[in-house]
Structure formats: C-alpha cells, structure tokens
Design a protein around this ligand. Sequence first.
Ligand code: PRP
Length: 199
Amino acid sequence: MASRSGPGAAEILIGRHDISRRVHELAAQLQADLATAAGPPILVGVLKGSTLFLSDLVRAMDIDVAVDFMSISSYRSTVAQPGSVRIIKDLDSDVTGRDVVIVEDIVDTGLTLNYLRQTILQRGPRSVRAVTLLNKSVRRIVPVPLEYVGFDAPDVFVVGYGLDFQGNYRNVPDIIAVRDVARLVENPRLLVGPLFLGD
Ligand code: PRP
C-alpha cells in the first residue's frame, strides 16, 4: 500500500484501478442476473456515500435501468435508539412489481441496509437485492442479506470514493485507510493536503 500522508497516517487500501475493475465485474454480474427483470430494474442509491459507486456502476451496464435515491437519518448517531431512524428522502418511484437493487458504498453494522430492505419489501417489489462496494462484516450487528460484494473490508476507518469524514474526502478517487483516526478527529481536514496533492 502506498503511503499518502507520511508513515502510518493514511494509505491507499484499494486503488482506483482495482475499484474500476471490480465495479465492472459487479455490473456484469448484476446485468446477467437482471436479464429476466420485469422492465428496467430500479437501482436505489443510499445518500450520500453511494453516489460515486452508483454512477460508475450504471455506466458499466448496458441495459436500461432506472435510478432513484433514499436517505435516512444516520444510524451512527442513533445506535442507542435504533427505533428513532427516519426517512429524510424517500424514493420518487413506485417499486410495486419492480426489481430493486439497493446500492451501498459500505455495509457496516447492517442497520441501514436492514431498515431500507424492510422498508422497500413492504411496498411489494418483484425482487430486492443489495450490492455494496465494501463489506465490513466484522462490525455486523444485524445479519442482512447482501447479494453482491465488491471487497471485504478490514476493520479500519476508510474515506474516499464516496466515503467521508465529516463531509470531507468523498471525491478522493481511491479508498484510503486512515490509521490515525484520533488525529483526524482533532483536525477533520488533516488529510486534505496529502490526499489531494497528486499521486
Ligand atoms: C454510511 C454508508 C451506509 C451506512 C452503513 O452512511 O453509506 O449507508 O453508513 O452503516 P451501517 O451498516 O452501520 O448502517 P452514513 O450514515 O455515514 O451517511 P453518508 O452516506 O451520507 O456518509
């Protein structure tokens, strides 16, 4: 792994070329599995982290798909009160009888995906499946079906390719492992220089 900010602070966990290769593989697999879909499948991006992955995924597919988005209040701040989660932005589409693919950047505790899956299932879709670029299964609290996984992630804090820390770093093209999270908490923009000043 190449260091991007001095020894030990942050380093590339998954580089942009490996991400691209895997996204194309996932797109091919999804496309083959959706060949019998009833009309264009609806790919549901979970705001905001999944937006980069979703945009690359749909561009790697050459079938007609619909795109929609959902956003829920973060489980990160409500783990103690999981019942208090709420939908901030709901789907515009009616998913009744449709084939739905939930698109996530990362599945961690599984609480978000579990909630979204249950919510969508209650609306009578023909099928629901989920794809995530990263699967941090070591942190799972709720077992939740996950049909497509890009990479199994170690239990390290990651930013880049949609993943943020306090709104920073989403547009870093690689997935970066942050080793010194305490320093990032002290200074959320600590890695802005190292991560954006070229390869
Ligand atoms: C992240 C990620 C998933 C969720 C996964 O979103 O995009 O939606 O957390 O975590 P879980 O499995 O523990 O529920 P986040 O709430 O950080 O919002 P963001 O995508 O806007 O950054």
